[in-house]
Design a protein around this ligand. Structure first.
Ligand code: SAM
Length: 279
């Protein structure tokens, strides 16, 4: 078999077209084909930089079927680039399937450093950016969303989320239910005219939602879990909440332990006391 082409993953601006890199433009000019999430949207970018390379659509609904075609082109020794609507493909955008398949076939994958929304948001947030955890969008389904949030509750690293404007307040209500009140930074419209940072807390926004202009695009940076000493009264209250919704004693213990990180023995003895008081 002849030599394969290279698969390039190219970041595009998240608002300010000036954030396209020189190397990114050169690669997009030189590849044989560009797989774009939305060819109409990317058409504007290509026009601005006089890139005349043909495009095909490559989005989450046709990703699997497009992989075959793109691998065929790479197999002929031609280079292909993948771009998304904004930022870096693979970050809450398609590209993982083609990347994995290319690696499996020993095709070289070159990802260019470039624009993405969460890095500027994290750095300007002023919260700890030495260690962070990128979550992206929460799942739509309530059970999956809750499961994920509960798995994050004890993480001390800064948490990074993406959310759409019309769901932002609901998102804050959901994270408050699991995390309690925390410091947050809401980064809006990065690199655009109305770029704004709201350095605040979950409670502050929930008591005064009007403080946020709910238009545009948002990254939400949430402070990681702080060391917290739970009093017996707090733990008992949490256990009671779980028992009240019909959980068995063992399930209630597991849940409270998972949410607080307090030792199983301690939670167990408090649960026994509740049961004894009920007798
Ligand atoms: N691939 C992109 C990246 O590298 O960041 C993310 C794509 S994801 C489909 C779109 C989400 O990214 C938006 O809903 C928003 O949460 C975030 N985002 C994209 N552009 C943004 C911007 N200019 N300002 C704030 N958030 C942005």
């Amino acid at each position: 078999m002849g030599k394969f082409g290279i698969l390039y993953i190219v970041s595009t601006p998240i608002g300010n077209l000036g954030d396209m890199t020189i190397r990114g433009i050169e690669i997009l000019k030189n590849v044989s084909l560009i797989g774009a999430e939305d060819t109409r949207n990317s058409g504007k970018l290509l026009k601005k930089y006089e890139i005349r390379t043909p495009m095909i659509s490559y989005h989450k609904f046709n990703e699997r079927s497009r992989v075959e075609k793109i691998l065929g082109i790479l197999g002929n020794g031609e280079d292909v680039a993948i771009i998304s609507d904004a930022g870096t493909p693979g970050i809450s955008d398609p590209s993982s399937i083609i990347v994995r398949q290319a690696i499996e076939k020993n095709i070289q994958v070159v990802t260019l450093p470039g624009a993405t929304a969460f890095i500027p948001a994290l750095i300007s947030s002023g919260l700890n950016c030495e260690r962070f955890y990128f979550v992206g969008f929460l799942p739509d389904k309530e059970t999956k969303r809750r499961e994920l949030l509960e798995s994050l509750v004890l993480i001390k690293d800064t948490l990074v989320f993406y959310e759409a404007p019309h769901r932002l307040i609901k998102f804050l209500i959901k994270i408050k239910e699991v995390f309690g009140n925390r410091k947050i930074v809401i980064a809006r419209e990065l690199s655009k005219l109305y770029e704004t940072y709201y350095r605040t807390t979950i409670d502050e926004v929930l008591t005064n939602p009007a403080m946020i202009t709910l238009k545009g695009e948002f990254v939400i940076i949430v402070e990681g879990a702080q060391e917290k000493e739970y009093s017996n009264a707090e733990l008992t209250e949490m256990l009671k909440t779980e028992l009240d919704i019909g959980k068995s004693k063992n399930d209630a213990i597991k849940k409270v332990q998972k949410l607080t990180g307090v030792s199983k023995n301690k939670v167990y003895s408090l649960a026994l006391k509740i049961k004894e008081n009920l007798k």
